[in-house]
Design a protein around this ligand. Structure first.
Ligand SMILES: [Zn+2]
Length: 263
């Protein structure tokens, strides 16, 4: 049996929170919380005790439930993790993490990976033993987040750090945007067979009322347009739609993001 378990918790219309559970100790961390009651309900169903909130970034739909969750649990029993440079925007933060800093969640070890661009203080949480990464609104299944507080070069660098994780790494992202993301991707790479297969797979999952998460780093590299600036078909499609786009990878990513913003 694995020493860890990850439980998806639906939030709002299309947000996901996640319980990452240490089976050895029965404690859990929750990645991003906006509806505290649903997270508490999931922890109760799973029979685990929440000892940490892992906030990926400061947007309301990711931290809006921090204070309510803290108020519902014994005082001082929950650590709130976030990026040190964004401490003033993470409600209830107690543990200010540097890029690359390791921390304990029960017997599991997590690591903060600084991935700015969607916001300037965004982090991912990587658990090597579980082979899982929580990517918030930076890397989505089949897409990436909007660039609100950075630029395309920064997004490329942040996505590159995630893409450098082992291919088998499970990717848990902040929203169920996958189908729309893949529909957009197919407009740029109609000949990508892995993408076509993935669209069928995701459609089948959603039809059954299931979620499309987790994905893997390998699947993202094969199908996610924001990790595929080297694809000749994608580059040609992007430059056909946006003749002003340069041919270097950052320009292609920037133009892809603009096309997606208007999709
Ligand atoms: Zn966000």
């Amino acid at each position: 049996m694995d020493n860890w378990r990850i439980v998806v918790v639906d939030q709002l219309m299309d947000n996901y929170a996640y319980l990452i559970i240490d089976e050895r100790s029965g404690v859990a961390g929750v990645v991003d919380v906006v509806e505290a009651d649903r997270v508490l309900g999931a922890a109760e169903r799973e029979g685990v005790r929440i000892v940490a909130i892992l906030s990926t970034h400061h947007h309301f739909d990711h931290v809006g439930g921090n204070e309510e969750l803290l108020a519902a649990l014994p005082p001082g029993s929950v650590e709130v993790f976030g990026f040190r440079g964004d401490a003033e925007r993470i409600p209830g933060i107690t543990r200010l993490l540097e890029d690359g800093e390791d921390f304990a969640l029960g017997s599991l070890v997590g690591r903060a990976v600084f991935i700015p661009a969607h916001t300037s203080g965004h982090v991912a949480y990587y658990f090597a033993e579980a082979g899982a990464v929580f990517t918030g609104d930076t890397l989505f299944a089949g897409g990436c987040g909007r660039i609100f507080e950075g630029d395309a070069a920064q997004m490329m660098s942040s996505l590159g750090r995630l893409a450098a994780l082992p291919d088998s790494t499970l990717v848990y992202c902040g929203h169920e945007y996958t189908q729309t993301n893949l529909n957009f991707a197919a407009t740029l790479e109609p000949s990508n067979q892995a993408l076509a297969q993935r669209r069928r797979d995701v459609a089948a999952l959603l039809k059954e009322g299931r979620c499309s998460v987790p994905t893997t780093i390998a699947l993202e590299k094969a199908t996610n347009p924001f990790l595929r600036t080297q694809s000749a078909e994608l580059r040609a499609s992007v430059r056909e739609r946006d003749p002003s786009a340069g041919d270097d990878p950052v320009s292609i990513l920037a133009a892809t993001r603009r096309l997606k913003d208007n999709y």
